[in-house]
Design a protein around this ligand. Sequence first.
Ligand code: G1P
Length: 289
Amino acid sequence: MIVRKAVIPAAGYGTRFLPIAKTVPKEMLPLVDRPVIQYVVEEAVASGITDIVLVISRSKRALEEHFHAAPDLESELEAKGKTEELTCLRELCGMARLHFVWQQRMGGLGDAILHARHHVGDEPFAVLLGDTVVTSEDASRPVTRQLADLVEQHGGSAVALQEVPEEKVSRYGILGGEEIAPGVLRARQFVEKPTPEQAPSRLAVSARYVLSPGIFEELERTPPGRGGEIQLTDAMAALLHREPLHGLRFEGRRHDIGNKLDFIKANIHFGLQREDIGPDLRAYLRDLT
Ligand code: G1P
């Protein structure tokens, strides 16, 4: 079955990025001149997704407004002949069908996904964490597309994996399994934020998933796990007994914007790639060091 829908959870408080996250959603922080959420939506669209549900909460209204048409601003740009800016705004609103669902209470990633159940229905769907930008080495095949290919080929679900140092396994969902093709693992175990002793490997789930609709049934019966929240990892670990789960080690970078250092690094990464400011930024960085 073709993967054409995506869920982007973007309701979290952003406590690692206070005080700015009190009023500015972390997903709206800019990487050069585009908010993080725009990169995430663009990855989904470049992966063949045509229908996206964003799960938001109080103080996240700016996310909705960012993708909304702005006729007054458009007429202003038109009158002034600013065609480049105008095209940029129009493209933004026409990218995909976007829907917004409110998560009333911070019940965890699993709870956020469950809020999209009605909209997703009975088909496989992608999940892209709204505060993380993932770039793949081959820009024409974003990680979400690669995961969708795996699911369209094998059924079940798939997750993006990156190896992390042992001291960091307790920050991630960790997957254990056997390699069935280069870079592709068939999962046997999946544990949320284990201690290094409990961890089945050092392969961490990295902000991108393509899930079977069977996950909703599991989420319904998943009790609160780590941090008292409904963990997506726990529901996936249960689903693993009924359906295949594959892990894909991907070549590329993960920019977790909820984290201050990664946010600065990501701005440098994307700034250096820009034709307009890249060369000057490079010269500035050289000067600094
Ligand atoms: C979430 C997931 C975790 C995953 C991580 C990065 O954790 O629960 O399994 O490895 O995202 O994708 P969080 O960063 O929200 O604590």
